[in-house]
Each structure stands twice: as C-alpha cells, then as structure tokens.
Design a protein around this ligand. Structure first.
Ligand SMILES: *Cc1c(COP(=O)(O)O)cnc(C)c1O
Length: 407
C-alpha cells in the first residue's frame, strides 16, 4: 500500500488495500493453486514456522490468495472506525470454505463443555442447527431470547452465569428483523461477555458492527461479498488480533475449514464492486418495497426501509441503508405463493441471496418445508410469505416481472 492519503470510501478500499507479493508484475491477484510452499534453506523454513503469521508454509494454514481477500474484508469492516487513542482500528480476518466453517471456528474456538451461547429467534437455519446439534452434542447450551427486547437479555445473563458469548444476527431471515447491536453489546460488556455479529444480510457497506465494542463479525461471503453466486465461502473477523492469530487460527487450521484459492480469487473479484452493487441493490429494493406495499394482492411487506416495519428505527440507526432483502405476504396463502413463484419470467427461483440477479424463494414450500407449520408460524414464516433478494437488474424489468406475476 503506497498511497499517503486516507481513502474516502469503501469503493477504493475494496480495490486497493491488499497487495500480493508481486514477483511477476501481475495486475490481478493470482490463484495460488498450491498445497505447499518451498523453503530455500532449512533456516528459512525454521524462520517461517517460528513467525506469528505462519505465512507460506501449507495452504490449510494460509495462502497468498486467501490473504488478499482477508485483508480486504478486514479493511472494509474497519473502515473509518478509530480506537479511543485516535489510531485506525485494526482487524484480523480468517477466510474459510463456507460460512458454516467460519461459524464452527467461532463457536468451537470460544466455547467449551458447560458454556452457553445466548442468541435470538429468527436465525439462519445453519446457525440454529449448529447450536442445537453440534454444540448441544459437545455439551454447550444455547439460550434463545427475543433480543428485540433488551431487558430479556439482561435477565438471561443474570440467570445463566455460564453464558460466554452473545451471538446476534441482524437483519435476520426471513422477516428482516433487526437487533439493536449497540444496546445488546452494552449489556453483554457489563458482564465481560464476548459478542459476535452475523453481518451477512447487510455486508460491511451497509453495517459495521465494530463501531460498537463487538468482538467478532461473521460473514457468509457466498452472499453479497462475492455478489455473483459463484463460490461458497465464509469469513471470521476479530478485534483481538492476538486471539485471531493464535487460538482461532489454530482451530480453523485443525478443523480443516480452509478456503480454496480459486474460490478466494472469485471472492476478490466480487468484492471490488461491492459498493456500487450495494448502492444499486438498495435503490432497487426501496422501489420494489414501495410498489408491493400498495399492491392489492399483498397483505404485508417486511422491509426495514418502510416506516411500517417494527424495526425501522433500529435499522436507520445502525445501517447506512435498509438494504436489498425483503419479504412479503401474499393474500392467498400457500397456493398463491406457489402460483406467484411459478409465474416469474426473469427473477430467479432459488434460495440464497446477495447475487447480482434477483432471487425469489417461497420458504413454506422450500427452505422451511420440513419445519412443522406451528413452528414456522412462530418465526413469522406464513404460508404466503415470499422472500426476495432484490438484484441490480434494470428496475423497470424487475417491476414488469412482478407486475405480470401478481396479475
Ligand atoms: C448463508 C448464510 C450462512 C451460512 O453460510 P454458508 O456460506 O452457506 O455456509 C450463515 N448466516 C447467514 C445469515 C447466511 O445467509
């Protein structure tokens, strides 16, 4: 990094922060498709093993292509955030094969038998299952409260002295509920608890949890960071650099959830356009939400940019823009949901989110089909609920598709 001025926005940070050791003058970060790295001498090998960074030894431990993605994501999450002494915030990121792998490092690296994690309703399915299957089998308890009501958090912490970690996901699936990161972190820190935030739905462009005393931020890079739906990936970012380089680096290497160089390369290419993509995603989503809100076939729209959403104020406080994720309820129940989905001519029928094209899913007949109806309804997943990840196509075409599918 050679420039002497401070970058004014995430667009430049995403392209120009991280550099690779460029022996061949390559413009683009190469795909270092290598399992191992050579030592010129025994002494050089010793030196690399002895160093804290453990760079260029073995790709399960780290790889130059991963490093560019890690440094870029850490810089985006830290952008424009300063320590109390005025120095810029430094963060350390570890790239993983998937969001689930990064989450395994987070939970298994921080919690042991007898500990508990405190979280809330309406979590990503994979997170909920790690907690209730993997952690439960390891003797780690999950306590679920409604974090949109902060006093419930204080009560749970007082009742369960074994809580070590508070895990927040905001905005959360599929009704786009938001949790007040500042309020919950403040309560957690009064009890010296660790706090992690799943920032996947927002991306660092829309929300930077490290502006509060949060310890860890998690992303499924599969979503907005990659942005093109071309690779699965996950990242864990931490404020305590020493902890990230020692215990959590060790757990990530031992659990074997390392990324691969080709997926890391795709991620690096995707991140370069994060800012401009997010701007267009958000512009389009706002227009879609306003259109759906007045449509006679629709019962309710869940979008935090609408003043009718119960978390409108929280989203406004902690997010740069309400984002591109929304859901809505069709009046005709499950049949109306299926019919709408089948009528779409351009928007893509698929689960996942955060890709350049608009993705539409129907939780009752897809992701949550195996969840008993009463359980689903508790999480706000009604029969006619449709989830949309609004893409960056030309807005008139998204509107035309919705209009004909709702007719
Ligand atoms: C997709 C997702 C995950 C899991 O990430 P994978 O990359 O699929 O392993 C976790 N949290 C949220 C909010 C997600 O959307």
């Amino acid at each position: 990094m050679s420039q002497q001025f401070v970058f004014s926005g995430m667009g430049s940070v995403a392209m120009h922060t991280a550099t690779h050791n460029n022996a061949e003058f390559s413009h683009i970060t190469p795909i270092y498709a290598t399992s191992t790295f050579v030592f010129d001498t025994a002494e050089q090998g010793m030196e690399r093993f002895a160093s804290k960074d453990k760079e260029n030894i073995y790709s399960r431990w780290g790889n130059p292509t991963f490093k560019v993605a890690e440094e870029t994501i850490a810089a985006l999450e830290a952008f424009n955030i300063f320590n109390p002494d005025g120095s810029p915030l430094q963060l350390k990121a570890l790239l993983h094969a998937s969001g689930q792998a990064a989450m395994s490092t987070l939970f298994l690296g921080l919690l042991k038998q007898g500990d508990a994690v405190l979280s809330h309703y309406s979590l990503y399915g994979g997170t909920y299952e790690i907690m209730h299957k993997v952690l439960a089998d390891a003797g780690i308890t999950t306590i679920i409260v409604d974090m949109r009501n902060p006093p419930e958090v204080a009560t749970a912490i007082a009742a369960h002295p074994n809580i070590k970690l508070v895990h927040i996901e905001t905005p959360a699936n599929p009704t786009i509920q938001c949790v007040d990161i500042e309020a919950i972190t403040q309560i957690a820190k009064q009890h010296q608890l660790l706090v992690s935030v799943d920032n996947t739905f927002a991306s660092p462009y829309l929300q930077q949890p490290f502006q509060y005393p949060v310890d860890f931020v998690f992303h499924s890079t599969t979503k907005f960071l990659n942005g093109h739906g071309s690779a699965i990936g996950g990242v864990l970012i931490g404020r305590d650099i020493e902890l990230m380089k020692t215990k959590l680096w060790k757990w990530h290497a031992l659990l074997g959830g390392n990324a691969n160089p080709f997926d890391a390369y795709l991620l690096i290419q995707g991140i370069k356009t994060l800012e401009i993509r997010m701007q267009r995603h958000c512009e389009n989503a706002m227009q879609v939400a306003l259109y759906l809100q007045q449509h006679p076939a629709i019962e309710q729209v869940h979008y935090t940019g609408l003043t009718t959403h119960p978390d409108y104020e929280i989203a406004k406080k902690q997010m740069r823009h309400p984002g591109s994720m929304l859901s809505f309820e069709l009046k005709g129940g499950i049949e109306a949901g299926k019919k709408f989905i089948n009528q779409l001519q351009m928007c893509v029928r698929a689960v996942s989110l955060g890709t350049v094209d608009t993705l539409v899913s129907h939780p009752a007949s897809m992701t949550h089909m195996s969840v008993p109806k009463e359980e689903r309804l508790k999480f706000g997943i009604t029969d006619g609920l449709i989830r949309m990840s609004v893409g960056i196509e030309n807005i008139a075409d998204i509107m035309a598709d919705l209009q004909q599918a709702l007719a």
